[in-house]
Design a protein around this ligand. Structure first.
Ligand SMILES: NC(=O)C[C@H](N)C(=O)O
Length: 356
């Protein structure tokens, strides 16, 4: 073995404690904590051909990590089981518990990055919630899989290795919360689940930030919207989220749902409108009435791409409504809930939709 290949060989020239420490820091692996919440990445099917028929949230985190010896080459990894649920069953309480734990860990000097394993159905929502509420510049990677580990061509193993790699990387610092699926690094704000049966399910309409290939990150863009360190929301100060619900638009839609939600105490209603957030004529009055009772109205679109323009389709200024910009209804709901924890009015909420 040549002298150059001996780790710490440089110490031979300068054996001072400071130099030794610097050399150690250079070769030391990052400490990454994996918070497991369930989902298909922890799922198991009856046979290798069961890629879509299986039970989610079965495999405990220690078993998941033990099955991936590759992780030890990238980082010092330890796991914590926060929940064991399929992500369609996530609640506001789950979001609060998870975000508070992420925030605690991010403050620890012995943690360099955090990975959250999660079901894919609401993964993009949780990732966005974390990016809005956790004040840290440490990388947070949220990851899932489209196939259980028992299936042929299971995608969870590489997705998780890539998540740990990104969470442990210095070059990912300050860039917020990521979703690392299918070799791509997407920013939490933009990414959504767009396909429900293939491994390339997560897409951002504005493109990924980069890719992970063989444990190395290749960055092409950086997020421009406010997140993590620059957010005005802080999970350490939030213990409860207000009721915000979504009303879906379709031909023949009736005001039944809007009226029921107002009666049930909704503080805001996100309208998942057709086209550019358009609203059926028979829905305008019920939404105006809701606004009259103090309920915030957010006009979003059920169309997955593009963005809703203010005062196009409906006179938002006149009705005192807010537009969700390019946020899908389920993500618009999260930002609206957080805005309400600060007592935001429609003007402030609209400002937030432009900024986050
Ligand atoms: N691929 C998945 O993870 C889907 C599953 N239903 C979940 O979100 O937990």
């Amino acid at each position: 073995m040549g002298i150059l290949s001996v780790p710490g060989a440089a110490l031979a020239q300068d054996a001072s404690p400071a130099a030794a420490q610097a050399a150690k820091a250079q070769t030391a692996k990052p400490n990454v904590v994996v918070l497991a919440t369930g989902g298909t990445i922890a799922g198991a099917g009856a046979s290798t051909v069961n890629s879509a028929t299986y039970t989610a949230a079965k495999v405990p985190v220690d078993k998941l990590l033990a099955g991936l010896p590759e992780l030890a080459q990238i980082a010092n990894v330890r796991g914590e089981q926060v929940f064991q649920i399929a992500s369609e069953s996530f609640t506001n309480d789950n979001l609060l518990t998870l975000a508070k734990r992420v925030s605690q860990l991010a403050k620890q000097s012995d943690v360099d990055g955090i990975v959250i394993t999660h079901g894919t159905d609401t993964l993009a929502e949780t990732a966005y919630f974390l990016s809005l509420t956790v004040h840290t510049d440490k990388p947070i990677a949220v990851v899932g899989s489209m196939r259980p580990g028992t299936a042929l061509s299971a995608d969870g193993a590489l997705n998780l290795v890539n998540a740990v790699s990104v969470a442990g990387s210095k070059d990912a610092r300050g860039k917020g919360v990521f979703v690392t699926m299918n070799d791509e690094i997407n920013t939490a704000r933009d990414v959504n689940k767009d396909i429900n049966i293939q491994t390339g399910a997560f897409k951002s309409q504005w493109g990924p930030l980069g890719m992970v290939v063989e444990g190395k990150n290749y960055w092409f863009r950086a997020p421009v919207k406010r997140h993590t360190m620059n957010s005005e929301f802080n999970i350490d100060n939030i213990d409860k989220l207000p009721q915000v619900d979504i009303v879906y638009a379709y031909g023949s839609v009736q005001p039944t749902a809007v009226n029921a939600l107002v009666d049930a105490g909704a503080k805001a209603i996100v309208h998942a409108g057709t086209g550019n957030g358009s609203v059926a004529d028979r829905m305008v009055k019920p939404l105006q009435d809701a606004r009259g009772k103090g309920v915030l109205i957010v006009r979003s679109a059920r169309v997955p791409y593009g963005f809703v323009l203010r005062n196009a389709e409906q006179p938002d200024d006149k009705y005192d409504w807010v537009v969700a910009h390019d946020m899908r209804p389920e993500k618009a709901r999260l930002l609206t809930m957080l805005a309400l924890t600060k007592g935001a009015n429609t003007k402030e909420l609209q400002r937030m939709f432009w900024e986050y």
